[in-house]
Design a protein around this ligand. Structure first.
Ligand SMILES: [Zn+2]
Length: 322
């Protein structure tokens, strides 16, 4: 009865007023879109972590080759984050062009060989000195491996900013004036080799098992590409627990006062060694290096690889120019 009464009451109103009331309670397509984008901003990182867990789970369940799983996950992380960059960009002008995808793809192939060399060296040593099943339980090995990898990576990265010759290796990565998932691959092959080798060597000495090495390497791949992605994701206080794009784009800042912060996995070593830098909502005005002529252009791949071994010529290296 009451329903009928309400209907009759509504129908007795001015039809235009009624339509206006209905429209005011409906969500507009723009608002709907904003809600969806907001959801993606919140889900972008969890989805990446879940896919990392699925990769790890599948590798163990189906007894898959760890190296192959690493490569497949790397390609997935790049593709997934590239899509997220289009849907929730932090800076639209930072989207890579097709030519840049091509250039960075070449860098990726070359630096992957450096990474593969380092992994091959690590696994070759591991097969001799590292047991398949460590005496340390896996639940303890994983955080231990994570901390040690993070420390090795932190030391090598920081040294890359502190020592002139190492800056000639690492500075290549800082020459670009936009940060995105594509140019995360823009590195000197020896920079990748050195960082990975130093990151994993202590674990071999301690006898960390291959499964633990694999789990941590998947996490590090996810973190490395996520931190470099041009996505508008805000982690809030989680920025004290894990690395992310808010911290890492500040590392690329032209303003040296905010360009510390060397970790992309977990920021514990930055916090301990006082190089942590993140402030809620703080964004860099510009990224890159001040003296761009100190390095060959990013497109000159061969010159960039020779750069650390060539005497100063027309360009010169600087200490921590980023
Ligand atoms: Zn750096």
């Amino acid at each position: 009865m009451s329903t009928h009464t309400e209907v009759s009451e509504i129908s007795s109103e001015n039809p235009n007023t009624c339509l206006a009331n209905i429209e005011s309670t409906q969500t507009s397509p723009l608002e709907k879109n904003a809600v969806q984008l907001n959801a993606l901003q919140r889900l972008c990182y969890p989805i990446l972590l879940i896919s990392a867990l699925l990769t790890i789970g599948s590798a163990f369940y189906f007894d898959l080759n760890f190296g192959l799983c690493n490569v497949v996950f790397l390609l997935w992380a790049i593709a997934y984050l590239a899509i997220c960059e289009r849907l929730i960009p932090y800076e639209k002008e930072w989207h890579p062009t097709l030519a840049e995808w091509g250039r960075d793809g070449l860098y990726l192939v070359i630096t992957m060989s450096g990474g593969a060399l380092s992994v091959a060296a690590i696994y070759a040593i591991a097969s001799v000195i590292s047991p398949m099943h460590s005496v340390i339980p896996l639940w303890l090995e994983i955080p231990l491996a994570l901390l040690l990898t993070s420390l090795g990576s932190y030391v090598f990265h920081r040294a890359g900013h502190e020592f002139t010759w190492l800056w000639r290796l690492h500075g290549i990565h800082h020459t670009v004036s936009k940060i995105n998932v594509s140019n995360n691959a823009l590195n000197h092959v020896l920079d990748v080799f050195g960082r990975r080798f130093l990151a994993q060597l202590p674990m071999l000495i301690l006898g960390i098992s291959q499964p633990a090495l694999f789990i941590v390497s998947i996490f590090n791949t996810a973190q490395g590409y996520f931190a470099h992605a041009n996505v508008d994701v805000r982690l809030g206080k989680l920025n004290y627990l894990v690395g992310g794009p808010e911290q890492h784009r500040l590392h690329h800042s032209l303003d040296i006062r905010e360009a510390g912060h060397y970790s992309v996995d977990v920021p514990i070593w930055d916090l301990l060694f006082k190089s942590y830098f993140w402030k809620n909502g703080r964004t860099p005005n510009a990224v890159g290096i001040k003296n761009v002529t100190s390095f060959p252009p990013a497109n000159a791949i061969f010159s960039n690889f020779l750069h650390p071994f060539v005497k100063k010529r027309n360009y010169f290296s600087t200490k921590n120019s980023s």
